[in-house]
Ligand binder design. Structure first.
Ligand SMILES: [Cu+2]
Length: 74
């Protein structure tokens, strides 16, 4: 196993549980993601990933491809 990293992204554009669920589902499908969970009320996505298996840019891209915007990290 490689090195695990935990990041909390600030995500705008989520407005219901369906939004946060679709982000969590899409990220969980990616190789290298250990855990992914979004919270629309807080406007965040918590992601634990293996740095050697996936780049942070790919995670951001996946969220933004769904139509949401990653504003930064918290
Ligand atoms: Cu929604």
């Amino acid at each position: 196993m490689g090195k695990n990293k935990k990041v909390t992204f600030k995500v705008s554009g989520m407005h219901c549980n369906g939004c946060s669920a679709s982000i969590g589902k899409a990220l969980s499908r990616l190789e290298g993601i250990e855990h992914a969970e979004a919270d629309f009320q807080k406007g965040i996505a918590d992601v634990a990933y293996n740095e050697k298996a996936i780049e942070k840019e790919k995670i951001i891209e996946t969220i933004e491809d769904l139509g949401y915007k990653v504003e930064g990290e918290s």
